[in-house]
Design a protein around this ligand. Sequence first.
Ligand SMILES: Nc1ncnc2c1ncn2[C@@H]1O[C@H](COP(=O)(O)OP(=O)(O)OP(=O)(O)O)[C@@H](O)[C@H]1O
Ligand SMILES: [Mg+2]
Length: 254
Amino acid sequence: MEQTKGKVTVWWSAGGGVGKTTLASAYASYLTKQNEPDSVALLDFNEVFPRIHKVFRTEHLSLSPVYDAIEKKEVTVDVLKRVMDKKQGIWIMPGVFLSDFEQYGPEHFIEIIKLARQVYKEIVVDVNAGMFFSTTYAALNEGDEIRVVLEPSLYSLEDTVFACDFVVNSWGVDRSKIKAVVNKYDNSDFDSEAARRILGVEADVIKENESIKEAFEKGQVSKIADIIFGKTQKTNGRKNIFSFFVRSEPNVAN
Ligand SMILES: Nc1ncnc2c1ncn2[C@@H]1O[C@H](COP(=O)(O)OP(=O)(O)OP(=O)(O)O)[C@@H](O)[C@H]1O
Ligand SMILES: [Mg+2]
């Protein structure tokens, strides 16, 4: 099967509730504004408690046809497309519920990413927190860029250092693929410079913002994309990305 070069960006974190699903969804929405129609996929790699379908108010389709086809070694991109649903310009693949997550192994999710690369130019993956699921292993190994999300606290930073070291040392993940995103920045001393210094990777900061929370609850993903990434005109390139993030100066972020 021919392999094309769809880019895979994974949103991951050490601990839960830091904003992965919010940011992954918003990032996918941002990418739809930058690209031709049908270029962007959002894969829900949350096992046990998948939530993307709820955010996008879409029906939860079962991944079973993909699983069965992979097991029979006859999976094609058409099988993957059948379990995907287009919402707000994004092709969404549902996650795996508790009822059947045990049957899936990393090989299934690696295969899914390979298939998605053949169809979409941009593939955004929202994974479980931590290092405990097959999806996380598959996504971090296959991803081109890993955005590790943390909160502006020492605990969150410590956990993130530990988690990054683990995936680099035990899973062979290339550290240069990792970029940190300090989310829910609240004007504390902890800023992107601190994250950059301690984690040894590039870091950006996103401010805590009630409008993001409200829009997330209402499923207004495009609005979140505009708040975080700016209202974008079509540009070709990713140059402007994160230009609306607060950089290392805490007092700008008010
Ligand atoms: N910058 C922000 N400002 C304010 N609220 C935010 C921000 N980012 C995320 N949130 C809110 O934080 C909550 C948790 O976000 P989200 O569900 O995206 O986290 P998660 O990392 O995906 O969690 P889990 O680990 O459970 O999957 C949500 O209510 C979301 O709207
Ligand atoms: Mg989530």
